[in-house]
Design a binder for this molecule. Structure first.
Ligand SMILES: [Cu+2]
Length: 122
């Protein structure tokens, strides 16, 4: 009897929870990257492009290029927005192993970050 009275309340509580939680499923996850993780690309200008599963705030998102060996910053990357992603140019990459670090603010206000590794060879 008591349960029957409380049921609508419980259901609305569950629904409210689901609605609050729902946007969190939308925070940005990487869906494609160029160079891909583990790829080898020719030296010279390397165009970096990352796409995510949702729209992002490109002004508050950033890409950093590091030397894989000691994780020192190679160069700051100036990014430009592409649809649901970011693009950057690394003008003159020498042979070696690199780590690309990304930090992305999705429009739901959540920050996600990750990294990928690639090699540059002549
Ligand atoms: Cu989220």
């Amino acid at each position: 009897m008591i349960l029957r009275k409380k049921l609508p309340f419980l259901l609305s509580l569950i629904l409210a929870f689901a609605l609050v939680r729902a946007p969190c499923l939308a925070h940005a996850a990487l869906i494609s990257a160029s160079p891909q993780d583990g790829a080898t690309v020719p030296s010279g200008e390397v165009v970096i492009q990352l796409r995510f599963n949702s729209r992002i705030d490109s002004k508050l998102s950033r890409l950093t290029l590091l030397k894989a060996a000691d994780q020192s910053v190679v160069q700051p990357l100036e990014t430009s927005p592409v649809s649901e992603g970011l693009r950057a140019r690394a003008p003159d990459l020498q042979s070696g192993a690199y780590t690309l670090e990304w930090q992305i603010l999705s429009l739901d206000g959540h920050l996600t970050q990750g990294r990928l590794n690639f090699r540059v060879e002549r």
